[in-house]
Every structure is written in structure tokens, then in C-alpha cells.
Design a protein around this ligand. Structure first.
Ligand code: PBG
Length: 323
């Protein structure tokens, strides 16, 4: 493979040739669109750091789900913002809660849109942590029951896939057992397996009103410095019954994603998180970058890095550019 017999520019002569030999194809069927569902009615509240993204009340979801479906996006990931928060996050488990209503609404309107739900306490707790508090720490094992109950309530409302994101040890196993013993053995689990304690979640916490009121999440989410530990997290989740595993955030952790892809055979999701979205939007609003071009570059990189599924706030705006 030496010059001059090898000339890699031969296949770069025009866009048709480039397209013919392209190694990575981003398609709309790879994408999952996150939705923030809020209590009340008639609400479409803009989220300031995430231009184009809104908190929607349940009555807005029929239109939203139809639009998503018509764009060819196969799945949504739901987050709930309850009217009241308490120390145990009990609104998250309520069968009439905002998320349970949202699931029913979407499934009634567009039954074949895949509904994935985030399973975590932080949206529902007044202290903003992902589990129940004992003194100044999050109690792992007491949280497991609540995550399991929350998962069952989501599936009973119609969710296809539950996505535990609390980073409690044993959460996937606890949820699998609870689903199986309540007659939901076909409900799938997408685990946020390698979820890092990241600054990139800042805009999300404004969107979901879920910032921790004291301390941070470093006693349960992963240290950003660690790659091998992520492999243990993913392996454990697979052992406990995860159907899909996840690396999150995506862009600053592409090495972790690649290693996971090379080691494991589950479908792997990557979450192109809120901070990644906000940075692109802020820079493109200033016309410092070409937002659409950068978005396609980022999402293609995430796919090239090994993701089968990409969760992204950009899904709606780029769907029509993809096949
Ligand atoms: C819930 C959860 C978070 C995100 C997804 N699920 C916030 C957090 O852990 O603080 C972040 C998603 C994003 O930033 O887009 N635990």
C-alpha cells in the first residue's frame, strides 16, 4: 500500500464516489428523541439553554408523537416533571402520575412509536438525588425497590422499554425480577450502564428541574477518569439482564463507547446529552459554527464510535436530512 500505486484521493474525486465507499451511515432509524413532560395542561414551555426543546404537558403529546412518527423517528425517551416533589420521589410511582399519563397518551395516539422511560428518582425527589437519602448519602438498596416499582408502573402504563439511570448497584437485576414477577417478562431494559458524573448534564437539570440540592452525584455516577470501570458496569448490567446498554455522555466518551462496542454484543446506545446540544446551539446562534454540519459530524462520530442507538435532542431537526 504505497504511493504512487495507492492513491486514496482516487475515491474522493466526487460526492458519488465518496458516498459509495462511506463506512458509516447515520439513519433516522438510529435515533431516539427525548421529551420532557410536565404537569398541568396547555403548556409548551421553552427550555432556555436548549433552544428548540420544550417542556410539554400531556395534552400536547398527541401532536408531538404524530410529528415524531411522521419524521420516521422510531422511539422517544420520556422524562417527567411532577407538580410536587417529596423525599422519596413518590409521584414517580403513581399510576396517575405525569409520566404514566404521558405513556398512555402516546400509546393511544401512535401505538407503534417505541416508548422508553427514564427510571430514576431525581426528577421526583425534593432533594434532587437519584435515590432515597440516608444522612448525607444515597441508600443504594432501599432505592432498588422504588426503581423496580417505578419500572412496573411505567410498563403497566404501556412503556416498551424502561431505562434505569440512577446508577444504583443492582438496579437492573432488581427491575428485571420485578418485571418478570408481575407478568412483564417481555418488557425490555435499556440500562444507563456507563453513566459518568458529568458537567454536560447542566442544561438537562434546568429542563427537568432536577439539580441536587446538596452535594453532587459523584458517589453513584462514574468518575470521568475511568474507562476500565465502565466495562465492569456494562458487564454487570448484561449479567443482570440488560437488553441494551448505554454510554453517557457520548462525545467526551467515544473511547469508552468504542471499547464497549468491541467487547460486548448487546445493542449499545449513546446519549448525546443536553450540554452537547446546548454548546452546538449557542455557537451556531452566534454563527461561529455551521450548526447543521457540526450536528451531522457529531452524530456520525457517535455512530462510528460504535453506537447502534443515538439518543439526541437534534433528532427532529435532522431527521429529514437522513434516509
Ligand atoms: C436522570 C437523568 C439525567 C440525564 C438523563 N437521566 C440527569 C442526571 O443524571 O443528572 C441527563 C441527560 C442530559 O443531560 O441530556 N438521572
Amino acid at each position: 500500500m504505497n504511493f504512487p500505486s495507492t492513491r486514496l484521493r482516487r475515491l474522493r474525486r466526487n460526492y458519488n464516489l465518496l458516498d459509495l465507499v462511506s463506512e458509516t451511515r447515520l439513519t433516522v432509524s438510529d435515533l431516539v428523541y427525548p421529551i420532557f413532560v410536565t404537569f398541568g395542561a396547555g403548556k409548551k414551555v421553552p427550555i432556555e439553554p436548549m433552544p428548540g426543546i420544550f417542556q410539554l404537558s400531556v395534552d400536547q403529546l398527541a401532536e408531538e408523537a404524530n410529528e415524531i412518527k411522521s419524521l420516521g423517528i422510531p422511539a422517544v425517551l420520556l422524562f417527567g416533571i411532577p407538580e410536587k416533589k417529596d423525599s422519596a420521589g413518590s409521584r414517580g410511582i403513581d399510576s396517575k402520575g405525569v409520566i404514566q399519563q404521558a405513556i398512555r397518551q402516546i400509546k393511544a395516539e401512535v401505538p407503534d412509536l417505541i416508548v422508553i422511560t427514564d427510571v430514576c428518582l431525581c426528577d421526583y425527589t425534593d432533594h434532587g438525588h437519584c435515590g432515597v437519602i440516608d444522612g448525607d448519602t444515597v441508600d443504594n438498596d432501599r432505592t432498588l425497590n422504588l426503581l423496580a416499582e417505578m419500572s412496573v408502573s411505567h410498563v403497566e402504563a404501556g412503556a416498551d422499554i424502561v431505562a434505569p439511570s440512577a446508577m444504583m448497584d443492582g438496579q437492573v437485576g432488581a427491575i428485571r425480577r420485578a418485571l418478570d414477577s408481575s407478568g412483564h417478562s417481555m418488557a425490555a431494559i435499556m440500562s444507563y450502564s456507563a453513566k459518568y458524573a458529568s458537567g454536560f448534564y447542566g442544561p438537562f437539570r434546568i429542563a427537568a428541574e432536577s439539580a441536587p440540592q446538596f452535594g453532587d452525584r459523584s458517589s453513584y455516577q462514574m468518575d470521568i477518569a475511568n474507562r476500565r470501570e465502565a466495562m465492569i458496569e456494562i458487564q454487570q448490567d448484561i449479567n443482570e439482564g440488560a437488553d441494551i446498554t448505554m454510554v453517557k455522555p457520548a462525545l467526551a466518551f467515544l473511547d469508552v463507547l468504542r471499547e464497549a462496542r468491541d467487547r460486548f454484543d448487546t445493542p449499545i446506545a449513546a446519549y448525546n446529552v443536553s450540554g452537547e446540544y446546548s454548546m452546538v446551539k449557542a455557537a451556531s446562534q452566534n454563527e461561529w459554527i455551521d450548526g447543521q454540519r457540526i450536528t451531522l459530524e457529531i452524530l456520525t462520530s457517535i455512530k462510528r464510535g460504535g453506537a447502534d442507538i443515538i439518543i439526541t435532542y437534534h433528532a427532529k431537526e435532522i431527521a429529514s436530512l437522513l434516509s
